[in-house]
Design a protein around this ligand. Structure first.
Ligand SMILES: Nc1ncnc2c1ncn2[C@@H]1O[C@H](COP(=O)(O)OP(=O)(O)O)[C@@H](O)[C@H]1O
Ligand SMILES: NC(=O)c1ccc[n+]([C@@H]2O[C@H](COP(=O)(O)O)[C@@H](O)[C@H]2O)c1
Length: 203
């Protein structure tokens, strides 16, 4: 059975979740792993010299647990789908014994290309970015489990984004860059087409 992993990375508030949800509605047998689900508890997040809790670093996340979740899908996508409430298409069910059908996993998050054990798992790597002003504006409308204290965006979030982006580009993934300023419909169409082509090449 063919397995296919799609990375949806990019800046905070770039539109990763919006795109991911749209793909989940349309791709067959598609499961998702959200990096946001692996944030440690607030009291486990270290406070930097700048006085801010350091949310935007890889150590703020339980990456071991995230990798294990991805491995769980790789080992048994059917079981994973069932235990995560993803319904499988009848075609896939029937062909289980015939080694046919495709299983897709979307890995979504702001640091999915900055952790060694995850770097080589992707069949497709997308990366959404938006400019500073728009990112700051969108972020100001969002409330996380722990709300941003004043100055966090300029003092921590954006500088860490720039740092990680540089690191990621040195890791030399084959990234497909998406402009998060275009409509979510256009972004979806572009990504959808790219995925369809990749799937066709693999069949
Ligand atoms: N293409 C887009 N154009 C304008 N706004 C968008 C677009 N995609 C998402 N948004 C908005 O930006 C905010 C962050 O979107 P979200 O998908 O949650 O981003 P992320 O998961 O990358 O943090 C939300 O308010 C969402 O409605
Ligand atoms: N989910 C949480 O518990 C939590 C708490 C505080 C900050 N955050 C923020 O989440 C961001 C990453 O998620 P998004 O890419 O969805 O914005 C980081 O910039 C981080 O500052 C998340």
């Amino acid at each position: 059975k063919m397995k296919f992993i799609i990375g949806i990375g990019g800046v905070t508030n770039g539109g990763k979740t919006t795109l991911t949800n749209r793909l989940l509605q349309t791709l067959p047998n598609c499961c998702v792993v959200h990096q946001d689900d692996f944030f440690k508890k607030p009291n486990q997040i270290e406070v930097g010299e700048d006085g801010f809790r350091q949310w935007d670093v890889i150590t703020a996340l339980d990456m071991e647990a995230m990798v294990n979740t991805v491995k769980g899908w790789q080992e048994n996508p059917v079981k994973f789908a069932r235990s995560h409430g993803v319904s499988l298409s009848p075609e896939t069910m029937e062909s289980e014994s015939e080694q046919k059908g495709v299983h897709i996993l979307i890995v979504e998050g702001f640091l999915i290309y900055n952790y060694k054990p995850l770097i080589d798992i992707y069949d497709k790597c997308f990366y959404i970015s938006i400019p500073y002003e728009e990112c700051k504006r969108r972020r100001s409308t969002r409330t996380y489990t722990v709300p941003d204290p004043p100055g966090l965006f300029d003092g921590h979030v954006w500088p860490m984004y720039l740092k990680h982006r540089k690191e990621m580009e040195n890791n030399c993934n084959i990234l497909e860059y998406l402009d998060g300023m275009t409509s979510s419909e256009d972004i979806y169409n572009e990504v959808s087409e790219s995925i369809q082509n990749a799937l066709l090449n693999r069949l």
